[in-house]
Design a binder for this molecule. Structure first.
Ligand SMILES: Nc1ccn([C@@H]2O[C@H](COP(=O)(O)OP(=O)(O)OP(=O)(O)O)[C@@H](O)[C@H]2O)c(=O)n1
Ligand SMILES: C[C@](O)(CO)[C@H](O)COP(=O)(O)O
Length: 229
């Protein structure tokens, strides 16, 4: 059976958090957010290996203060990130050269520490069945599309999902999609969009509203509350 690997983009600058340290290293219960996230993959028996993407200047810190300090022994490489998330993911994919084409890659934001092992497993299974899988949750509010401050449409809520991560794909499929995006100058905000633009039909895997992406200060308050259960 093909194997399952994790690719964890954690090379962002955390601008929207406005902290004086990159948000992936902010502490939750005394432990860096990134360490919380990596521990889920470390503890999942079906994960064969982990690749982390980090700002180049922070690779030694990431290695000593996160990977080694918290015993994330499955980490196979810490790869330097790029200017955009897509560039960081691409760098990670290009470093995963010992993967087989049919191995599954779970691409998961390093700042989403509340992902569950069960959802990881469901995403990997869905990626084995089709072109790829996106963990997502239904929209709770009404969504408006606006251009220059004027509302142009209200998409039917039942068709709308908030995409999270992991986004799961067979290695050959997602690597080719990133190569095509580079060649064609496409930049997307998630990995699924690189396949959608090619006409792929990806599977939604129901996620959890707790699987937040820690992006702004309010998210830290929520994250602390989640930890307290
Ligand atoms: N060039 C980038 C940008 C983002 N990420 C990672 O992608 C995930 C989601 O990105 P986001 O929440 O936007 O993080 P930042 O880019 O750091 O946030 P901001 O946009 O506020 O600077 C994070 O784990 C982040 O570290 C990355 O690896 N490389
Ligand atoms: C991939 C993602 O987490 C799905 O919601 C999101 O698109 C990342 O966006 P960001 O601006 O890089 O945080």
């Amino acid at each position: 059976m093909s194997r399952t690997f994790a690719l964890i983009p954690a090379a962002g600058m955390g601008k929207r958090m406005g902290a004086d340290t990159n948000k992936q290293y902010l502490l939750l219960d005394g432990i860096p957010i990134l360490a919380h996230t990596l521990k889920v993959f470390q503890d999942a028996p079906f994960i064969s290996g982990i690749y982390v993407v980090s700002p180049e200047a922070e690779i030694p810190f990431c290695r000593s203060e996160v990977v080694e300090r918290y015993g994330i022994s499955k980490v196979r490489a810490i790869v330097k990130g790029g200017a955009e998330r897509q560039h960081s993911v691409r760098n990670g994919l290009y470093a995963m050269d010992d993967l087989d084409p049919e191995d599954v890659v779970l691409i998961h934001d390093g700042v989403r520490p509340f992902i569950s092992e069960a959802v990881l497993e469901q995403a990997a299974a869905a990626a084995r069945e089709g072109s790829g899988a996106v963990v997502a949750v239904p929209v709770k509010d009404t969504v408006k599309v606006a251009v220059d401050g004027l509302i142009t449409q209200t998409p039917p809520r039942e068709t709308l999902w908030l995409a999270q991560t992991p986004q799961a794909f067979r290695y050959a499929i997602i690597r080719a999609a990133h190569e095509a995006a580079v060649n064609e100058g496409f930049l997307g905000t998630d990995d699924a969009s690189l396949l959608e633009r090619q006409g792929a039909k990806l599977t939604i895997v129901p996620g959890d509203y707790k699987n937040i992406k820690i992006t702004t200060p309010e998210d830290l308050v929520l994250a602390q509350a989640f930890l307290k259960g």
